[in-house]
Design a protein around this ligand. Structure first.
Ligand SMILES: C[S@@+](CC[C@H](N)C(=O)[O-])C[C@H]1O[C@@H](n2cnc3c(N)ncnc32)[C@H](O)[C@@H]1O
Length: 411
């Protein structure tokens, strides 16, 4: 069965990442790629106990943490090393000793910053960094980063301090996250100037992080840095359920959104690296990724559904200057998804139910009904009982809808 849209769908904030922000570890960092814990909870609620849950597109680790909190073992993959680091920190087990050590290390770091007892780290080489933070706040962050490195006696302490540091990085920034992707408020103004005690801001963030860290997940999580177009290379064991949200074909770059964290934590050194990583990612389209699309050709061994090829043809023939690049973008997205769906069965046990949360898109008036593309590719890959269920409207454009596409692995 397949459904394209229903007239009564609402935009539902509880089905977006906004729902996660106050929920302990789920609220540690506000990452645009995150979906709502609520969606995951609802899908997992229908499953039995002690399962192995797979999320091949980890992002901020929402599925992995939700599954582990319910006592399911989880395996998850992401191509972005920052997200792998973050999800490992978010799903780790912390003892009360580590929490006490982290709090003490945080205070020691703040003393060093206060007395300027340590040299600052280099400024991250971000393009137009002054748009993000005014120079006084950047300098404070540079001292704080150096102090965090200096006082961290163990990886776990360093991880928790760095999560709190990332929270402060965003709290001080001039970026606005009220759209689907981030934008800038008019001018970066110091927020530290407004604080009675500048160090108190970091203290607040660290308190939120250590509070979340004191509630440990009930099961183990394995977080793999890898490519889900070849999931079989990431795990030896098989899984009972898949709950995931792959990148959408909407030209949103996760790397672009994650820049502040990735630069401050040293995961990016320059724009070229950012573009390279985006090119590796499914749906990436930033910097070098866009220019490469111009030369990209679909591999001969991948067969795409007719409805996708039809949309690709109409986008290319739209007469718009970017028509051919956007058509290649959508076609490459289809190829990547086809590769993923052809590989995921290798790590599923027969009967495993897979749920993909996906969003459709529109390019130059051409609707790309990606939910239908997933449904067709899942059937071809060996899934049965494939269903498409609309979940919510994505924004004010009435045709943009989020769907859950589900199927049962039946090799
Ligand atoms: C929509 S986000 C997932 C969000 C996640 N459900 C959450 O709540 O945070 C999609 C993720 O897929 C990752 N990704 C893109 N291409 C990938 C690939 N080839 N293999 C593994 N992960 C990939 C991106 O880095 C991004 O984190």
């Amino acid at each position: 069965m397949s459904v394209t849209t229903t007239p009564k769908l609402r935009q539902r904030a509880e089905y977006t990442h906004r729902y996660n922000t106050r929920l302990g570890r789920h609220g540690w960092l506000r990452l645009t790629p995150a979906y709502s814990l609520r969606v995951v909870e609802e899908l997992l609620a229908g499953c039995g106990p002690h399962l192995r849950v797979l999320d091949p597109f980890c992002g901020a680790g929402t599925t992995a943490l939700a599954a582990a909190n319910r006592g399911h073992e989880a395996g998850t993959v992401d191509i972005n090393p920052f997200l792998v680091w973050f999800t490992r920190a978010k799903t780790a087990t912390y003892g009360s000793r580590e929490i006490v050590e982290t709090e003490a290390a945080g205070e020691a770091a703040l003393q060093k910053v206060h007395r300027r007892k340590i040299g600052p780290v280099e400024e991250p080489p971000m393009h137009r960094i002054e748009r993000w933070w005014p120079s006084s706040d950047r300098m404070y962050l540079r001292y704080l980063k150096a102090a965090v490195e200096d006082v961290s006696q163990s990886d776990q302490v360093r991880d928790l301090l760095n999560v709190a540091f990332c929270r402060l990085v965003i709290r001080l920034s001039a970026a606005a996250f009220n759209h689907q992707s981030m934008s800038f408020k008019d001018a970066a103004q110091s927020k530290l100037d407004l604080a009675v005690d500048e160090n108190d801001l970091f203290r607040q963030e660290l308190r939120f992080v250590t509070e979340g860290a004191s509630y440990n997940p009930a099961a183990r999580v394995s977080v793999v840095l890898g490519d889900s177009r070849a999931v079989q290379q990431c795990f030896d064991e098989s899984f009972d359920v898949v709950v995931t949200s792959p990148p959408y074909a909407n030209r949103m770059s996760y790397i672009r959104e994650l820049r502040p964290y990735m630069y401050w934590l040293g995961y990016l050194q320059n724009g070229r690296e950012a573009g390279e990583l985006d090119w590796q990612a499914i749906g990436g389209t930033w910097g070098v990724a866009t220019s490469r699309l111009g030369k990209w050709q679909r591999a001969a061994d991948v067969r795409l559904p007719d409805q996708l090829l039809d949309a690709v043809g109409r986008i290319a023939g739209s007469g718009r200057s970017n028509g051919s690049v956007l058509a290649a973008y959508v076609e490459k997205y289809g190829e990547d998804v086809a590769r993923h769906l052809a590989s995921v069965g290798c790590v599923l046990r027969p009967g495993a139910r897979a749920h993909y949360i996906v969003g459709n898109s529109v390019f130059y008036g051409v609707l790309v009904a990606i939910e239908e593309v997933y449904a067709t590719l899942m059937r071809r890959a060996g899934f049965e009982n494939v269903e498409v269920r609309p979940i919510r409207k994505r924004n004010s454009k009435k045709e943009l809808v989020e769907f859950c596409v589900s199927g049962t692995w039946s090799p």
